[in-house]
Write a protein that binds this ligand. Structure first.
Ligand SMILES: Nc1ncnc2c1ncn2[C@@H]1O[C@H](COP(=O)(O)OP(=O)(O)O)[C@@H](O)[C@H]1O
Ligand SMILES: [Mg+2]
Length: 336
């Protein structure tokens, strides 16, 4: 009995983030649509979870919902629980949320200027962020900030501390935003296509830094188009299609034993990991518009295995064993 309790405690301690049944809609001129539909997933302490899927499927909306950064209007979090270190972020007031953002959860966006103020010098912004969350002398905050600029590969870091964002290149701004996201040693980093604007060498440098942080128990939700990056960085993978998670599993299970027809198509559409570059194969058909998501499985129109029941009802997430799940009726009755 006691052992069971201890195991349970251990399991709970390991869990950093639990998103449950998150549904987000947008109301625009043409009507209302659901951008994230009953999304549930976990991120454990020290784990990197990859979130993949075609453009527009709801990855950024899912990521922005966690620290409650969905713009409202037009967005509405219709339902859901977002458990982070034992509290449901959905129930927190804005000042409690502000404390958590930056200190415990930090975001790296696709667009660096959304995170940097155009009005203040880089150094000023960085030390203000540090001093907001940590009780340190100003001089020490300055040294920490400058140290992080060096770590993300900014040349002449001491001078750059006095620059304004507009005086720096896009790649440089991106690196500064990454430095700001990492410097407070957050528990969770939410990185939305973090290195898209960076050259391959800088990308490798940033991922080495992030990998290093993992050893300090930092967890990450990583959104990327690059399946090579997913393979290199992620422990587990969430595959999204048209507002829903269709498959989840360990990196190995998803790459080598994909179960959802969409995941199979997605993996066939990427160049082989062996480095032999093959022409990209597209998954036949179009992603439906969010206004026209069909009844039943959202992938049905592009799925070569689609059956009548796929057009009638939405498949639940079937257990394929060891935390591997796929939302496809083909999995029904298969031994886990
Ligand atoms: N602020 C917004 N206002 C209206 N629609 C939005 C907004 N943000 C996202 N969407 C819509 O929600 C859907 C999911 O978007 P997003 O999560 O950004 O996709 P992605 O998977 O490419 O990150 C898309 O149809 C997108 O156009
Ligand atoms: Mg996005």
């Amino acid at each position: 009995m006691q052992t069971t309790d201890l195991n349970l405690q251990d399991e709970q301690k390991e869990l950093l983030l639990s998103v449950r049944d998150l549904t987000v809609s947008f109301s625009v001129d043409d009507g209302t649509f659901t951008a994230a539909d009953s999304i549930s997933f976990d991120v454990k302490t020290g784990e990197t979870v990859g979130l993949v899927g075609e453009s527009g499927c709801g990855k950024s909306v899912t990521a922005l919902s966690i620290p409650r950064l969905i713009p409202s209007p037009p967005g509405t979090i219709e339902s859901g629980e977002i458990w982070f270190e034992g509290q449901d972020l959905m129930t927190l007031n804005s000042s409690a949320l502000r404390d958590i953002r930056g200190r415990d959860i930090s975001m790296i966006f696709q667009e660096p200027l959304s995170a940097l103020s155009p009005l203040h010098r880089i150094g000023q912004q960085m030390i203000e962020t540090i001093l907001l969350h940590q009780d340190k002398p100003r001089k020490q905050a300055w040294e920490i900030a400058e140290g992080w600029l060096k770590k993300v590969g900014i040349p002449d870091a001491g001078d750059r501390m006095f620059a304004y964002p507009f005086q720096l290149s896009g790649g440089m701004q991106q690196r500064i935003m990454i430095a700001m996201a990492l410097m407070l040693s957050p528990r969770l980093i939410i990185a939305d296509e973090p290195t898209t604007a960076l050259d391959v060498t800088t990308q490798a440098q940033i991922f080495a830094l992030i990998r290093d942080m993992k050893q300090h128990q930092t967890s990450m939700l990583l959104i990327t188009h690059d399946m090579g990056v997913v393979w290199e960085m992620c422990d587990r993978i969430l595959v999204m299609y048209a507002s829903r998670i269709v498959e989840t599993g360990s990196r190995e299970d998803v790459f080598f034993n994909p179960r959802h027809p969409y995941t199979i198509g997605l993996l066939q559409a990427i160049p082989k990991l062996t480095g032999l570059r093959e022409p990209l194969k597209d998954i036949p058909g179009q992603v439906p518009s969010p206004f026209d998501y069909p009844k039943g499985c959202h992938f049905q129109a592009r799925c070569v295995f689609a059956m009548d029941r796929c057009r009638e009802s939405s498949p639940p997430a079937y257990d394929c064993g060891q935390g591997h799940r796929a939302a496809c009726f083909l999995m029904e009755g298969r031994p886990a």
